[in-house]
Design a protein around this ligand. Structure first.
Ligand SMILES: [Zn+2]
Length: 333
């Protein structure tokens, strides 16, 4: 009797864990946590003329750093703005540099590969360029609403482009039996170790050619990809398999995730890589905000009044669209 009760309890517990495990949604680029931190930290790279305004709206910029992820399955055309599967253009050819196969100019790239192909494999560097131009226009017209929203969202796309797994078709290790690595690298690791990161990144710099600048950090991300995948694979082979994952309580649910021990060992092998990509994100967000402001003629931001409540209302309305299954092309992004 007692035994069967115990069995029932164990079974019920297993079911709860299983339900939670299987209902965990898609992971988000850099994790919501890191996106918010990156936008917030970028404020401290800005020159005095911009700092007051951005600091005043720190909460908004941080909170809305994740809006683009919230609408990626509700708005057609959104999902592909967050990544570029650059290795697709090498088509498996060994020792091929995919960046030599892709013109940096949008028009040249469309001519060579067609717009449909580019949209299918991601457009992040070009979208960053579009967003810099939008932010410049917002500054020119002193449209506070647009300045804040575009700054927050530009920060998101720049940060995404700094994540190595945002530059590959194997974005979640699904082609190399490493499923889950996306959220591991960009969410779990920063959440566990960010406290030890050094975020003194210096002052925002003016960027002469934003599109080239965006391509440069996409390239840096892609060349870091080999370590991201290889170190995890090597570690998995040498690590006790029953200790790779563990159950953890998150609020009122139990989740199955990479254990702290495995995370620490992987983080050590990466030798500061997550910190370096996060630091680069911070300074590059600050630099492109600054560049847009300079290109707009350095407008005075001190007397701009923002009606934050109405901006938030506008955003809430826009985000209140049903998710479309057709837009969920990727299981994890
Ligand atoms: Zn994203």
């Amino acid at each position: 009797m007692r035994k069967s009760l115990l069995n029932k309890r164990v079974l019920a517990w297993c079911l709860i864990v299983l339900c939670v495990f299987s209902s965990i949604g898609p992971v988000h680029a850099w994790g919501f946590f890191a996106h918010r931190r990156i936008n917030e930290l970028a404020i401290y790279t800005l020159p005095t003329e911009m700092f007051g305004f951005y600091k005043e709206h720190r909460d908004f910029l941080s909170e809305h750093a994740v809006d683009p992820d919230k609408r990626r399955y509700g708005v057609e055309g959104e999902a592909q703005r967050h990544f570029i599967d650059i290795d697709h253009f090498c088509d498996g050819t060994p020792h091929c540099n995919p960046f030599l196969k892709m013109p940096r100019s949008w028009f040249e790239a469309v001519k060579l590969h067609s717009e449909d192909t580019l949209q299918a494999y991601g457009i992040v560097p070009w979208h960053i360029h579009v967003m810099v131009k939008r932010l410049t226009k917002a500054f020119e017209s002193k449209d506070v609403n647009r300045i804040l929203r575009t700054s927050a969202e530009l920060g998101h796309y720049i940060a995404d482009a700094h994540v190595p797994l945002h530059t590959t078709e194997n974005y979640n290790g699904q082609m190399t039996n490493q499923k889950g690595i996306h959220g591991f690298w960009e969410s779990r690791l920063p959440e566990l170790f960010e406290n030890d990161y050094d975020f003194f990144v210096g002052k925002a710099q003016y960027v002469e050619k934003p599109l080239d600048f965006a391509w440069d950090f996409v390239e840096d991300s892609h060349w870091a990809l080999d370590s991201v995948l290889r170190f995890e694979k090597e570690l998995t082979e040498s690590y006790p398999s029953d200790q790779k994952y563990s159950y953890e309580e998150r609020g009122r649910v139990i989740i199955n995730t990479y254990s702290e021990g495995f995370s620490k060992a992987y983080h050590e092998r990466l030798n500061g890589q997550v910190e370096r990509r996060m630091r680069e994100s911070v300074i590059d967000v600050g630099s492109l905000w600054y560049t847009a402001w300079v290109n707009a003629g350095q407008p005075n931001l001190d007397n701009l009044d923002a009606d934050i409540d109405s901006i938030k209302e506008e955003i809430a309305k826009e985000l209140d669209v049903p998710e479309q299954n057709a837009l969920k092309k990727r299981e994890h992004e």
